[in-house]
Design a binder for this molecule. Structure first.
Ligand SMILES: *Cc1c(COP(=O)(O)O)cnc(C)c1O
Length: 359
């Protein structure tokens, strides 16, 4: 059922910015991908067109009831070749998110082909500076003009691209986190495991609170007991405890990160034992106090890994690893970014060479 993709090239190419100076997600390339869905026609009218605003009906369902999901991945420029890291996983997860939100699934292979086509056209936009990449944002939203509360009958899928600077400067900087015990991000049986737009809007209040208190990120506890660790900001979380890696087990309210999944495999390759467990906040507090927990870090596409240096637990500040990057954290970061930049062997077939495929 592979569709043709209609291509309309922009007549008016933008100037490429100095990537190092642009804030994340604020500058977009010359073209974008779109396709539409209707109950009668399924997904149709796949096209790549100049990046531009478009019209939407004031009664479009997405504006009222929020049926909208997204993905996020990065294209890297490795010696002039365009590389993606496990993009198949992103489109699989997109379909799981779509299913959860009662939205129509996409053909994963076709969606990946569409991304390849778009990247072929935008090849020159993939920056090659240290840590820089072209952030890829696929998203799908309800687009039926109708105010009834039921799943929409028409949708739009789009992919836009944004050049981004490295998350870090010269080295990994430890972040400070605030354990949130009032607001929750997600509940079991809810939508926490979907990359659903509303999950992010509903996290802003806690993020603002953490910032006001002087911390960079929120550490989320589970929504039922408010005792078990879930995630940190929009990242999954790992602990190094007695030389082993521990991460919260997926429970329906945690977003199943591709970085998380990759780090589990990579850590096992490197000889570490990795445990997926239910982790109680008071055990973390104890572990940091007695030194059995030596490192804490977040994991996600944006930062790859984000070391945690300060953790506020129920009003007390704890320093983790003396507010420095831990050995294991650094080792995992170096190994994962090494695979992503083809400096290290890719023995699991995680790296997709877009350039080689489109030639
Ligand atoms: C996207 C996301 C992650 C990380 O997923 P990756 O696939 O590793 O980028 C973790 N938590 C939340 C809430 C997210 O939205």
């Amino acid at each position: 059922m592979t569709q043709q993709i209609q291509i309309t090239k922009s007549q008016n190419l933008k100037e490429k910015p100095e990537v190092a100076g642009i804030p994340f997600g604020s500058y977009f390339t010359d073209h974008m991908f779109l396709m539409d869905y209707s109950a009668e026609m399924g997904w149709h009218d796949a096209r790549i067109v100049p990046y531009a605003p478009f019209e939407i009906s004031p009664s479009s369902q997405v504006l009222h009831y929020g049926q909208s999901v997204f993905e996020g991945l990065k294209a890297y420029n490795v010696d002039g070749e365009v590389i993606l890291f496990r993009p198949d996983e992103n489109f699989k997860r997109l379909n799981r998110s779509l299913e959860r939100m009662s939205m129509p699934k996409v053909d994963e292979e076709f969606a990946l082909d569409a991304l390849y086509e778009l990247l072929k056209i935008e090849h020159d936009w993939v920056p090659d500076g240290e840590g820089q990449s072209l952030y890829v944002r696929p998203f799908v939203f309800a687009n039926e003009p109708y105010l009834g509360v039921r799943p929409a009958k028409s949708y739009r899928m789009m992919i836009v691209l944004s050049p981004v600077a490295g998350y870090y400067g010269a080295q990994l900087n430890p972040t400070s986190i605030y354990v949130e015990d009032d607001y929750v991000r997600a509940v079991r049986g809810g939508v926490g495991e979907a990359k659903f737009a509303g999950n992010y809007a509903s996290s802003y209040a806690a993020q603002q609170k953490a910032n006001d208190l002087g911390y960079e990120q929120v550490l989320w506890l589970d929504g039922v007991h408010q005792e078990y660790i879930e995630e940190v900001g929009s990242m999954n979380i790992f602990f190094v405890r007695d030389g082993e890696l521990i991460t919260p087990q997926l429970n329906g309210s945690i977003l199943p990160g591709i970085t998380r999944k990759s780090l589990i495999t990579l850590a096992e390759d490197l000889g570490y034992t990795v445990r997926e467990e239910r982790i109680h906040i008071s055990d973390v507090e104890k572990g940091i106090k007695d030194g059995s927990i030596s490192e804490v870090f977040g994991a996600g596409t944006a930062a790859v890994v984000a070391p945690v240096g300060i953790m506020n637990i129920h009003g007390t500040d704890y320093r983790v690893n003396n507010n420095e990057i831990g050995k294991v954290t650094q080792e995992l970061y170096d190994n994962l970014t090494g695979i992503q930049t083809k400096k290290q062997e890719d023995k699991h077939g995680w790296v997709y060479d877009v350039t080689a495929t489109v030639k």
